[in-house]
Design a protein around this ligand. Sequence first.
Ligand code: C2O
Ligand code: CU
Length: 501
Amino acid sequence: MYGAGTNFMMLTRRKFAVGCGAFAASGIFGAPLGFTDPAPEGTHLPIPMLIDAAKQGNAAHLKAMSGRHAFIEGKPTGTYGYSAPVLGPVLRVRRGDEVQVTVENALNTATTVHWHGLLAPGYNDGGPQQLIQPNDIWRPVLKINQPAATLWFHPHPHHDTARQIYMGLTGIIIIDDGSDARLDLPRTYGVDDLPIILQDRSIESDGSIGYDNNDLNALEIAYGARGDTIVVNGAIAPTAKVPAGLVRLRLLNAANAQNFDLRFKDRRTFHVIASDGGFLTAPVPVTQLMISPAERFEILVDFSDGKAVALETGPDKEMGEFGRVAPDGSADYVAVMQFQPTPAMPPLVKRVPNRLIEHATPNATSVVRRRQFVLDSGLCASRAQASAHAMPALIGINGKPFDIGRIDFETKLGTTEIWEITSIGMAHPFHVHGALFRIMSIEGAPPPVHLTGWKDTVLVEDKAELLIAFNQPATREHPFMYHCHILEHEEAGLMGQYICS
Ligand code: C2O
Ligand code: CU
């Protein structure tokens, strides 16, 4: 995909014509990319190692390292991971604890570790200002003081974030505040409580993935890096063996740019119980769920019928013709992974609770100010499709591309603001560090119920109004970032920084 002389148009053609054929020809998969019921003898869903901080003296060690990982069996390739060849551990922390994290950089390049969604002061946030040089160690003490939620961690060094995440640097954080037990939610890690890291990769026939910062063309910048193969926890079309009861999936979209439009093949109803910032007030029944880069949703799926079922994704609507994922280029859904209920695993939880938690609704009358953010990716879709070589005009927020030497504005600790986000060019997943928000309106309407909880990332197609609360300090030296989470947009300038005191 990023080899010399290739471009996005070629990738797209290859994606439909050659890429998937290569998998079929390799004989590893019975069908290209997606597959049909029943589950083929595929890979088991890899379950990242769990670090339960409380069980090791509230300390955790993460080593950013390079490794080798075989996306295609027998064809390992160079990747990055945290204390693992690819991806990283799930770090479980308890509300109220102080966790001493040791981050060791064993890469041959500078990195940072950003705790995406964690409410922590700027000096612990791991933004682009906090580079950890090769062989250096960073030791933040993270004070966990927010409700139960699924967060994640990833690198944030400016001009190398997209590549480092693409190479595999992604891990999950679970904050536990006791509500799992109180609500009797599925909570047995790796059994009925599964982390599901969704990504797409362009995998060459020799098994390699590659990302060359110096060889991105205008279309890759305009649309972000997208691959022809969906990977879940680092595996292609894996199968999870699950109890024939309720199973909780902690979904994370850790793709550079791709939106996943998820549903089960049999269109079963499932319940969304949490979004980025934690639990919703009550489980929300849905049959379809869109998840954009950096968003998390926790869902409960009922497998008590004992039937195997595929989780599938549809075309990325935000991408038009380019968003199609089916091998034949059609608008069809393709399987992301398979679930196989097994009698050998007795169901631990059977009932979806009626209520989850109460939210203190932020008071819109205490809003101290409104700010406008116009996210412009500099290239309208039709222009982008017309030419692979037209350089994007201006990529920036409010007409300004990112400048690490500029603080864009200042907020007051303890206050609430309304942020109006406008997307130009295409839908942008907007993310803020150091604060959580509630969506007041999106695309001119009240948000759908599953988007009414606390969030840190929102996909804005046209316009959104966010009620955002500032409770964490950030100084000039260590400001908070806000940006589009299409990583190539972020790198190209769709980012800004604010301070809070
Ligand atoms: Cu997921 Cu600025 O971060
Ligand atoms: Cu964007």
